[in-house]
Design a protein around this ligand. Structure first.
Ligand code: CP
Ligand code: NVA
Length: 308
């Protein structure tokens, strides 16, 4: 029987051992890149990137990353492909996966990417769905490890919407054994099933965001209105007004606690300018690490556990 294709559709698709390997490879790949040492393990390999939502970082990091690894990337979007004219996702997967070596998709419901993957001959990577954003959390955790060492046993405070980022942090906490303190406005609480959680052991919910931030090693947030939820924007602006990460919240976190945001950010909404532009913020390193962690991910999916 053929070996099943390895995909990265949600964070828990990878074990803690696989993640350790990815983080170790990220360090090597990043170091080579910084020293301008060519590294082309994916020569002649092609990545197809399908975008059904906007992107700056995800497109750039995958496209540049694939190029730097010696391969190439093709950008597809709903507007210019037959996907936008109703071609079934299963048919698109059959065809696209016969022509390229790996596919990245940014889309709406998780079900779309699951259906694509089940008809794909090649690895499929989740570049963001309504439910999850696993590539971003790879970069965030790598950034934490780079700055502070192992994340196991540490506390991450999540302030704001229980969205794709929050769900992925919660899954990551189960896989890598850390804790998440979540504070959302009423009506926007975590839905454990939607988050794909096995247990409630690695997170705690707090009514007051200050309590969630108390003694946290990392404070993080995201936009109040994610892509695809624009119709709820006015309602959300009111509901989330008290869930803005500010200097007071950072002050109750541990000394030297980091601040992260996946970006794009809205200063004056989910975070104040003094926090995101302040000394504890690592948002630029976090964004850069999308490139390095995803290069390790592409290498792993296409070449397995290499250590050269
Ligand atoms: N953080 C992130 O995924 O950014 P983009 O939407 O710009 O890709
Ligand atoms: N939660 C945000 C993340 C953007 C990178 C969204 O889905 O729009």
């Amino acid at each position: 029987m053929a070996t099943p294709v390895k995909h990265f559709l949600q964070f828990r698709d990878f074990s803690s051992r696989e993640l350790e390997h990815l983080f170790a490879r990220t360090r090597v790949i990043k170091d080579r890149f910084k020293r301008y040492q060519p590294y082309h393990p994916l020569a002649d390999r092609t990545l197809a990137m399908i975008f059904e939502k906007s992107s700056t970082r995800t497109r750039l990091s995958f496209e540049a990353g694939m190029h730097q690894l010696g391969g190439s990337a093709i950008y597809l979007n709903t507007r210019d492909t037959q996907l936008g004219r109703g071609e079934p996702v299963e048919d698109a997967a059959e065809v696209i996966s016969r022509m390229v070596d790996v596919v990245m998709i940014r889309t709406f419901e998780q079900d779309i990417i699951e259906r694509f993957a089940s008809h794909s001959r090649v690895p499929v990577i989740n570049g963001l769905t309504n439910e999850y954003h696993p590539c971003q959390i790879l970069a965030d955790i790598y950034t934490f490890i780079e700055q502070r060492g192992p994340i196991q046993g540490k506390t991450v405070a999540w302030v704001g919407d229980s969205n794709n980022m929050c769900n992925t942090w919660l899954q990551a906490a189960e896989v890598l054994d850390f804790n998440v303190h979540v504070s959302t406005p009423p009506g926007y609480e975590v839905e454990p099933e939607r988050a794909g959680l096995f247990a409630t052991t690695h997170y705690e919910e707090f009514t007051d965001p200050m309590d969630a931030c108390r003694d946290a090693d990392l404070v993080t947030t995201d936009v109040w209105t994610s892509m695809g939820f624009e119709a709820e924007n006015a309602e959300r602006m009111t509901a989330f007004a008290d869930w803005q990460v500010d200097a007071e919240m950072m002050a109750v976190a541990r000394d030297g606690a980091l601040f992260m945001h996946c970006l794009p950010a809205h200063r004056g909404e989910e975070v104040t300018a003094d926090v995101i532009d302040g000394r504890n913020s690592v948002v630029w390193d976090e964004a850069e690490n999308r490139l390095h962690t995803q290069k390790a991910l592409l290498e792993y999916l296409l070449r397995g556990q290499v250590d050269d």
